[in-house]
Design a protein around this ligand. Structure first.
Ligand code: CTP
Length: 398
């Protein structure tokens, strides 16, 4: 099942490293080739010679091995694989990955790679449960890193609980799943997300309460199905996902320009909460209170409707155009009317009245409006809404 797949296997320094030698053997049994990379600490647990003998390949160990640079540079090494696997992924390696360190060969390869990364964590149960570890794990998952395990059980250190590296067959199954081609492979999906900021003067702006959480989760879910994602985001509070092309904008007009430049796309999803107007007479200098104490008059001009523009563009229109509808009452009726008015294929409608806690919150209750009618989905965490929507998008593209 893994015939001709190239695995770059980074072995971290933990007692579970002995299992990684078996992993090399089993991967090769399945037809994969394995290039092992050993951290300094790993060499305390397994020898480069045994890894090299089992892999029938050169083992890479040191960033500053100039002979290696001449043969194959570290950038090339990080990319000449179909998948990067870190097993065991120690607490230290995961902390480095989460924080973008690049101070040895393993961490540099992980920073430089353009391939998916699968980690098999292994550490003491207390270390695994430590808030710093869990923070790093959440960061890595947000960046699109795949995780297998850890398992629960008796550990070499004598304690019991989660932290034991996943067994080799489990890691191989996860590698198989990571290498499976997603249904959106080869498709370009454009996602807009977050609020826009419309300047009043150089220090003040008009904004809205969108956090960007739903658009971010959606971009990640589409990426996980194999799509190439261009993520055009306003100033969101949630950081953008890893593994997507991020275009940062501030105003609605900038967002419209970025969307235009990102086309063509197979699918366009407009999750951004775009300001409907911008201030026509935005001041060049900071506005001062005037002596009369009067409120300065702002003139508003309507912003381009980015969704409607793309939905109605005729030639070059994405095959599927999906809009969102933020409503505070009569959600379904407004959303059905909005779908017709904007000319998009689907509308994902949500009730953003403050009592729902949806805007800026972690959950969403959406109604999907398609040509076939309205479907009310249960209230779910935003990543789950995203996964369901991404699966529907993949199914629609057939
Ligand atoms: N949208 C857009 N460009 C705009 C305004 C909205 O692309 N200038 C998109 C949003 O990203 C969303 C959809 O249009 O996908 C609907 O946004 P919403 O704010 O609910 O609707 P409005 O068009 O602002 O309509 P209304 O103010 O009547 O609710």
């Amino acid at each position: 099942m893994l015939a001709n797949k190239r695995i770059l296997l980074i072995i971290g320094g933990g007692i579970a490293a002995f299992k990684s030698l078996d992993l090399i053997r089993r991967l090769r049994d399945q037809g994969a080739s394995v290039t092992p990379v050993l951290t300094k600490a790993a060499e305390e647990f397994v020898t480069p010679l045994s890894a090299s003998a089992l892999a029938a390949q050169k083992v890479y160990r040191d960033l500053f091995d100039l002979t290696d640079e001449a043969e194959m540079g570290h950038i090339e090494l990080s990319r000449a694989a179909d998948l990067v696997v870190v097993a065991p992924a120690t607490a230290d390696l995961m902390a480095k990955m989460a924080n973008g360190h690049a101070n040895d060969l393993a961490s540099t390869l992980l920073m430089a790679t353009d391939k998916r990364v699968l980690i098999a964590p292994a550490m003491n149960v207390r270390m695994w449960q430590h808030p710093a570890m869990q923070r790093n794990l959440a960061t890595l998952q947000g960046d699109g890193v795949l995780v297998v395990g850890p398992d629960e059980g008796a550990m070499a250190c004598g304690e019991f609980g989660p932290g034991r590296m996943a067994e080799v067959p489990e890691i191989i199954a996860a590698i198989g799943a990571a290498l499976a081609e997603g249904p959106l492979k080869g498709k370009h999906v454009l996602v807009t997300s977050g609020p826009t900021h419309e300047p009043i003067d150089p220090v003040r702006y008009i904004a809205n309460r969108s956090s960007g959480a739903q658009g971010t989760a959606l971009a990640a879910a589409l990426r996980d199905l194999g799509a190439r994602v261009t993520f055009v985001t306003g100033p969101a509070t949630v950081p953008p996902p890893g593994g997507v092309d991020v275009v940062r904008v501030e105003t609605a007009q900038e967002m419209a320009g970025a969307v235009k430049s990102a086309l063509p796309a197979d699918v366009a999803v407009f999750a951004a909460a775009v300001a409907d107007w911008h201030v026509a007479n935005a001041a060049e200098q900071k506005m001062k209170k005037d002596s009369s104490g009067g409120f300065p008059a702002l003139d508003f001009v309507e912003n381009p409707d980015i969704l409607a523009g793309v939905a109605q563009m005729g030639e070059g229109r994405p095959r599927l155009v999906v809009g969102f509808a933020a409503e505070t009452e009569s959600v379904e009726a407004h959303a059905i009317a909005k779908r017709a008015r904007k000319g998009c294929d689907w509308i994902v409608a949500n009730d953003v009245s403050p009592a729902t806690g949806i805007m800026g919150g972690t959950e969403n209750a959406v109604t999907l409006i398609t040509e076939g009618g309205a479907e009310a989905w249960p209230r779910l965490p935003k990543p789950e809404v995203a996964r369901r929507l991404a699966a529907r998008i993949a199914a629609a593209l057939g």
